[in-house]
Design a protein around this ligand. Sequence first.
Ligand SMILES: Nc1ncnc2c1ncn2[C@@H]1O[C@H](COP(=O)(O)OP(=O)(O)OP(=O)(O)O)[C@@H](O)[C@H]1O
Length: 388
Amino acid sequence: MWELMAIPVLTSAAALWFGRNTSSEEHRIVQQTFEHYHIHVKDGKNNRYPQLVREYKSTKRIKLIYRTPLALEEKTLRTLQQVLSVTLDQEVNVSFKKWLIIEILKNKMPSYVSYGEVPYRKGWMVPLGKNRQGWHFHHFDHTPHTTISGTTRFGKTVMMKVMMTYLIEHHPWDAQFVIIDLKGGLEFNRYQNLQQVKRIASDPIEALYALKQVQKNMKERMDRFKRQGWSNIVDTPLSQRLFVLIDEAAQLTPEKFMEKEEKKTLAQCQSILSEIARLGGALGVRLVYGTQYPTSNVLNGSIKQNADLKVSFRLGSDYASKVAIDAYGAETLPSDIKGRALIKTHEVKEVQVPYLNHEEIWKRIGGYEVAKQTVVPNETGEDYVRLG
Ligand SMILES: Nc1ncnc2c1ncn2[C@@H]1O[C@H](COP(=O)(O)OP(=O)(O)OP(=O)(O)O)[C@@H](O)[C@H]1O
C-alpha cells in the first residue's frame, strides 16, 4: 500500500544491489519524487521505495526501469508523469507492466517556431503549433468552430493571422473571410484589400450588419441544401468556406451599464453568433472566436459547446483556464514565452504557435490585394458574398 512518509531514499543501496550505475541526474530526480510524493510500501518499520533495475540511455531518450513490490495505481502514475515532466522540462511517459517504466524523451519543447517551417497539409487545415512530438494541425472541415483565449499580448491575433495566411496561401479561390475586429479596426485594416476578405467590421453596429449578412447567406444556403437533399458541406461539390473571425469577442457582450440600444445591438450579435455556432458548421461557415476574457458571458454555452477545438494562451487563473478550455493549465504556461498555448480537443496538448510578422504576411499574400470599392451597408445585402 502506498502511503505518506518522508524518509530519504536509498539511492546507493539500490545501486549496490543491482550493480548498476544509478547516479544519473534523472534517476536522482525520480527518487526525490518518490520521496516527496511518498511512493513506497511499508515493510515493518521500513519504507520500500521502487528500486532501479536498469537504465538505458541514448541520444534521444532515457529509460529507467524500477522494481516495486506492489503495482502502482493509475492516479499515482499520472501524478508521477506530470511532476516529472514539469521538473525535468521534458516529455515523460510513465507506465506499469510488471515493472515501473519511466521514459524521458530528450526532444526539447521549442520556445519559438517560425511560420516558414510549417509543413504543407492538404485540405482545410491550419497549423496550431509544434511540440516535442512534431506539428499539430487543425482541420476546419472536421471541427468547424474554435475559440482562442488568452491574456493580452500572448499571441491570439498572431494565431488568427497565421490561420488566415495559411488558408489564403492554400485556398486562394475558396477561402472567404468576414473579420470582426473590435480592437478599433487597427489589427486587420489592410486586410480589407484582400480579395478573400468580404467584410471587416470594426464596431458593434458594423459587426451586427456583417453578422446579419452571414445569417442571410446561411438561410439561402440552408434552402439550397434542403432542395438538393444535402446535409453537410463536406459531402457536396461546394468548394468555398466562409471564416468568421472575431478579435475580442468580449466587446460583443452586453453589460449592465450600457444604454438600452447598445445592449440590444450586442444581444442581437450574440444571438446570430450562437446560430452560426449551431448551424453554420454543416453549411460551410467556420467561427474563430478570440477573447482576452474567457468568462461564461463571453464564451456562452452555444459557442463553447460547438467549438470542439479550444485554444488558450496564458491566462491569469485556473478558473479562467477551466472556462476557456474545460481544463486547468493555461494559468501555468510560461509567462516569458509568447505564442505558447494549450490546444484542447479530446485531450490537452501544449504547443508553440508559429510566428509570422507583418512583412512576411504581405510577402506571402499581398498578391491578392485588389482595389475594392467601399460598400455602403444596405438592407438587401446585395453587396454580400455568395458562397459556392
Ligand atoms: N507565436 C508567436 N511566437 C513568438 N512571438 C509571438 C507569437 N505570437 C505573438 N508573439 C509576440 O507577442 C506579441 C503580441 O501578440 P498578439 O498581438 O497576437 O497578442 P494578443 O494576444 O492578440 O494581444 P491583445 O489581446 O492585447 O490584442 C506580438 O507582437 C509578438 O511580438
